[in-house]
Design a protein around this ligand. Structure first.
Ligand code: PMP
Length: 433
């Protein structure tokens, strides 16, 4: 049995709250960014004396750095079971940069279609809009994907769907999409699938290449800062064939031979990684992957979902809490969107922080269309907001658990929520400005 808490940096940090007391900070905002593993920090420090310029240096440290950098691609590929003979692992800054890269490389005409969904993060929607027609898979009344709607759209646009771009797990509701069966559907229609793994990869087992090839995932993207490593490195796994030559970004590192009027571009993946790469980021990412694999994603998922189930049971029993989307504990990661009736989301988040030292996130989480649907915001309301940007944004409060969170922390939150609801007017007035 793991003591998950001991794996993570900063879990016992004391912070001041409004009463003047110091309390142990509670972080229920892991969907935004996780704190780093202690092991990741140790590995960065252990590697620091050895890091040096990579790829062209002949010094001992340069050679070591280059081999660590290149070998890391296999660590990443093994972690998600990517097939390195047909796909390539490219390092980018984050999930957003990875998807922008895919959108720029996808060949096609403005008549071609990208099918995204109504539950996407803006990063898996906006990058496609300037180049393609984007359609959105509709949702059922629990906030899950309507697969029949996807199937209809694939049939309607026969052969013109360049990509089906969907999230592995929603950053708003935590709901997991059946990406392998969706992949089979896409492939039957000669389309490809991109899975936004930002929320899924750190919290749930994942396999890009299951037994049946029709279920293989073509593109996968994710970010290190959501998987217990620091900011600044992300992963794009993609079929080699999609990369146009030259890349969308060119410069140092992307070439084999250059004269004033001739360029021979480098092979993949280096051709896609212009400029000096983030070697420390890669060391951090692979250390985090090693730790996640060592602990085991099934165990991590079971622990996080037990927190989620406990929180749902308690929240359901409190009068004056609204929950959004499916509250079933299957096919989800541990994210809970809610509101206290009668208190705006931003004020609830403020109260939790100042009164309890609990960090959550509130708002729309870069998924405004999903929030509009979950909150049943009318077309007319949306139009009003477009006309008057000063109107406050609708939104929810989000709890997102990590492997180091505990049942005691959830119990503390529930107790505070009950206190806030009991003294609603008092807290509202105290924090409304
Ligand atoms: N997709 C999802 C589902 C996310 O949760 C996020 C981060 N909130 C992103 C994409 C974007 O990730 P990044 O900011 O690391 O590019």
């Amino acid at each position: 049995n793991w003591n998950f808490r001991s794996l993570v940096c900063g879990v016992n940090t004391k912070i001041p709250i409004n009463s003047g007391e110091y309390v142990t900070a509670i972080n229920f905002d892991n969907a935004a960014t996780t704190p780093p593993f202690n092991y990741v920090l140790q590995e960065i420090v252990r590697f620091a004396p050895w890091y040096s310029s990579i790829h062209r240096g002949t010094g001992y440290k340069s050679q070591l750095s280059s081999s660590i950098y290149e070998a890391s691609r296999k660590v990443v590929a093994n972690f998600v079971n990517a097939n390195l003979s047909s796909s390539t692992v490219i390092y980018v800054k984050n999930t957003t940069e990875a998807i922008n890269k895919v959108a720029r490389h996808l060949a096609g005409s403005p008549d071609d279609v990208i099918i995204s969904s109504s539950m996407e993060h803006h990063s898996n929607d906006l990058p496609y809009r300037s180049k393609f027609k984007v359609e959105y898979i509709s949702l059922d009344n629990k906030g899950r994907l309507d697969i029949k709607d996807l199937s209809n759209r694939l049939s309607k646009h026969k052969g013109r769907v360049k990509l089906v771009a969907i999230t592995g797990a929603s950053n708003v509701t935590g709901l997991i999409n059946p990406v392998n069966s969706i992949a089979a559907l896409c492939h039957k229609h000669n389309s490809k699938i991109l899975v936004d793994g930002a929320q899924l990869i750190p919290h749930h087992p994942f396999d890009m290449s299951p037994k049946d090839p029709i279920e293989h995932i073509d593109f996968l993207v994710f970010s290190s800062h959501k998987m217990y490593a620091p900011f600044g490195i992300g992963v794009l796994v993609a079929p080699k064939e999609v990369f146009t030559n030259p890349s969308d970004q060119v410069g140092g590192g992307t070439v084999d031979l250059v004269t004033h009027d001739y360029v021979k571009w480098a092979e993949l993946p280096n051709r896609e990684e212009a400029g000096t790469p983030n070697l420390i980021g890669v060391v951090a990412l692979t250390s985090a992957i090693n730790m996640l694999s060592y602990v085991g994603l099934s165990k991590i998922s079971a622990h996080e979902l037990s927190l989620c189930e406990y929180a749902f049971n308690e929240l359901n029993r409190i009068d004056g809490i609204s929950l959004y989307g499916d509250t079933d504990i299957v096919d989800r990661v541990a994210i809970i969107p809610f509101n206290i009736d009668g208190i705006p989301h931003d004020i609830t988040a403020k109260i939790l922080s100042y009164e309890g030292g609990i960090a959550v996130r509130n708002g729309c989480f870069c998924a405004q269309p999903y929030i509009q649907k979950l909150l049943k915001i009318s077309e007319r309301d949306i139009e009003d907001r477009i006309k008057n940007p000063a109107l406050p944004h609708p939104g929810v409060v989000r709890l997102s658990f990590g492997l180091y969170n505990t049942h005691n922390e959830v119990a503390y939150l529930i107790k505070l929520l009950k206190k806030i609801i009991k003294n609603k007017n008092y807290y509202y007035r105290l924090y409304k400005d």
